[in-house]
Write a protein that binds this ligand. Structure first.
Ligand code: MN
Length: 248
């Protein structure tokens, strides 16, 4: 039987609350479960930016890298001051994910990045972000359909994305236009030079990126892990990624 590929997933800080819990590193179930279902061994990575030797030892054992959604990327990581409309940040997570992505780029490990993932991927490659799309792009559609107790669905299809012909994303998704969910208030501002934007919302916001060459590198701004049971194209984003990690 083929060896199951080991996929690294950086965690996120959950601050401690005296009397309730110590400081924790956490990750949402759905990302881990979707990877497990397609045959991966998901490996949650502790946030140890102060111990690069241990991080490198973890990275060396990986066959692929999955970057998940989460809190905002700290604007200092792309050379901007944090504005009041930037939300909660986790600089430890930024540092570990940037190190993880640079390792993956140097060693040609397959990468699949979702939501915050596409944003930190762009930052790791030298691009910048809108700290708040609604504030900085007034003509943009509403993208921040975050769940509420009244509207808890993470599956709500908020807008379409147009997928560029001839792109890797187009070959995976199999369609020129795909309806997606949208739970983000930040987005790519200036695109990193080594990335191609291959999917866009109708307002022009970048919703999908990929690498230029053979290296398997895909980022999407939506949350495909919530749509795999309703849209086969979203499930293919996971199976193709794991196929690439198995081959790497
Ligand atoms: Mn969107």
């Amino acid at each position: 039987m083929a060896r199951r590929p080991v996929i690294g997933i950086a965690t996120q800080n959950l601050p401690g609350v005296v009397g309730e819990r110590p400081p924790c590193w956490l990750m949402g179930h759905s990302y881990v479960e979707e990877l497990r279902k397609v045959g991966a061994i998901p490996w949650l990575i502790p946030l140890l930016p102060h111990d690069p030797d241990t991080l490198q030892e973890i990275f060396r054992r990986l066959d692929g890298v999955f970057i998940t959604g989460g809190v905002d990327v700290d604007p200092r990581s792309y050379g901007e001051e944090k504005t009041p409309w930037c939300g909660t940040t986790d600089p430890d997570r930024d540092a570990v994910e940037i190190a993880l992505l640079r390792y993956a780029l140097d060693h040609h490990l397959p990468v699949f990045a979702v939501c915050r993932g596409i944003q930190i991927l762009n930052v790791a490659c030298g691009g910048t972000l809108y700290q708040d799309v609604a504030m900085q792009v007034p003509a943009a559609l509403k993208h921040d359909y975050f769940p509420t107790p009244q509207q808890p669905s993470r599956k709500y299809l908020a807008h379409d994305v147009a997928v560029q012909p001839g792109s890797r994303l187009r070959s995976i998704l199999g369609e020129c236009v795909v309806p997606v969910n949208s739970m983000h208030h930040q987005a790519i501002k200036s695109l990193a030079p080594n990335l191609r934007a291959t999917a866009h919302a109708p307002d022009g916001i970048i919703e999908g990126v990929e690498g230029h060459g053979e290296h398997y590198l895909i980022g999407v701004q939506w949350h495909p892990e919530e749509l795999t049971d309703t849209q086969p194209a979203m499930a293919r984003l996971f199976t193709r990624f794991i196929d690439a990690a198995r081959a790497a």
